[in-house]
Design a protein around this ligand. Structure first.
Ligand SMILES: [Zn+2]
Ligand SMILES: [Zn+2]
Length: 287
C-alpha cells in the first residue's frame, strides 16, 4: 500500500475524473499560498486554463491570482458524480454532511498555511465514508509539497508521484468542441455532454451556493433513479450538495428564468463551484 512511484497505468483504466488542489505562487502577498480545489477530466489542460484566466475557461476565482501550481490530484472515482461530490465536500467541509461532524475542520489554524489546512481536510475525507471505500489514488504533482498523511490512509488507496498520463480516447470522450475554441458551452454535470440550448434545457439547484448545472432530462432521470416506469420525478437529492429538490419548484423557477445554473459557461464548469463566497476552504480568517 501507499507505494510511491509512477503509476501512470492507474489513470489509463476507464475515464479519468480528478479533484485537484492548486496553490498560488503569486508574488503578491495577499494571494501567495492561497488554495483552490477543483474538478477536472484533464489536469494538463485545466492548469493551463487557470493560468490563462477566465477568458480561456479558467475559473473567475483564480483569474489574476496566480500563477497557480497544481500540487496534487486525487483520482480513481467511479464516475463524475462521485468526483464532484468529493470536490464539493473538500471545498466546503462545514456544509458537507459527512464532514460537519468534525469541528476541527471548520477553520484554518492560525499557524497553518492554506495548503496545510486543505491537506488536513483531505486526510480526514479519505478516512470517512463514503470516500474511504473508493479505490482512490492520491497523486503528488509537486515534490516540494509532498508529505505523509498523519492519519494513515486505507490499505486499498495508493499514494504516487508524477504526472498523470491520460490516453487520447479518454480525452476525446470529453472534448465535444475543437481544442482551439475559447468560448465554451456549459457541460452537464450528469452526462458531461454540452448543453446546446441552455436557456431551454438547463437546470440548476435550489441551493443558491450550489453550482449544479445539467440537462433537464438528465436531472429528471437522475431523480427518477429508483422509480422505474415513471416519467416525471417528484423530487430527490441534488447530486452535488444533497439539498432536497422538488421537481415542480425547479420547473417553476426555470419558467421564471431563475436557477438554471446560468453562471456556468466554462468547460469543466464544476470548477466554478468554488466561486461560492464566504464558505470556501481558502477564505482568509482573521487569526
Ligand atoms: Zn446531461
Ligand atoms: Zn445542489
Amino acid at each position: 500500500m501507499n507505494t510511491y512511484g509512477s503509476h501512470e497505468d492507474l489513470a489509463q483504466k476507464g475515464h479519468f475524473y480528478g479533484v485537484y488542489l492548486l496553490c498560488s505562487q503569486s508574488l503578491e502577498q495577499r494571494y501567495h499560498g492561497k488554495c483552490y480545489v477543483g474538478f477536472t477530466v484533464n489536469p494538463k489542460r485545466r492548469i493551463r486554463q487557470h493560468n490563462r484566466g477566465c477568458d480561456f475557461g479558467g475559473a473567475r476565482k483564480t483569474s489574476k491570482k496566480g500563477p497557480w501550481q497544481m500540487v496534487m490530484i486525487v483520482h480513481g472515482f467511479p464516475n463524475n458524480i462521485a468526483a464532484l461530490q468529493f470536490e464539493w465536500a473538500w471545498q466546503q467541509p462545514t456544509l458537507s454532511t459527512r464532514l460537519k461532524i468534525f469541528p476541527e475542520l471548520k477553520r484554518k489554524q492560525s499557524k497553518e498555511s492554506h495548503f496545510e489546512y486543505n491537506f488536513r481536510i483531505l486526510n480526514r475525507m479519505l478516512n470517512v465514508g463514503p470516500w474511504h471505500r473508493l479505490p482512490l489514488t492520491v497523486r503528488w504533482l509537486e515534490t516540494d509539497y509532498e508529505r505523509s498523511f498523519p492519519i494513515e490512509l486505507p490499505q486499498h488507496m495508493s499514494i504516487v508521484s508524477g504526472k498523470v498520463a491520460i490516453t487520447a480516447s479518454q480525452r476525446k470522450q470529453h472534448l465535444n468542441c475543437p481544442a482551439t475554441t475559447t468560448i465554451w458551452a456549459p457541460e452537464c454535470h450528469l452526462c458531461m455532454e454540452r448543453i446546446e440550448q441552455p436557456e431551454r434545457s438547463r437546470l440548476g439547484c435550489l441551493n443558491a451556493s450550489c453550482r449544479l448545472t445539467c440537462h433537464m432530462l438528465c436531472l429528471a432521470n437522475y431523480l427518477l433513479g429508483d422509480q422505474p416506469g415513471q416519467y416525471i420525478p417528484i423530487g430527490g437529492e441534488c447530486p452535488l450538495c444533497e439539498t432536497h429538490l422538488i421537481w415542480a419548484t425547479l420547473l417553476q423557477r426555470k419558467r421564471l428564468g431563475l436557477g438554471g445554473g446560468e453562471a456556468q459557461d466554462q468547460e469543466d464548469s464544476a470548477d466554478e463551484l468554488s466561486d461560492v463566497p464566504d464558505v470556501d476552504s481558502d477564505v482568509e480568517l482573521s487569526d
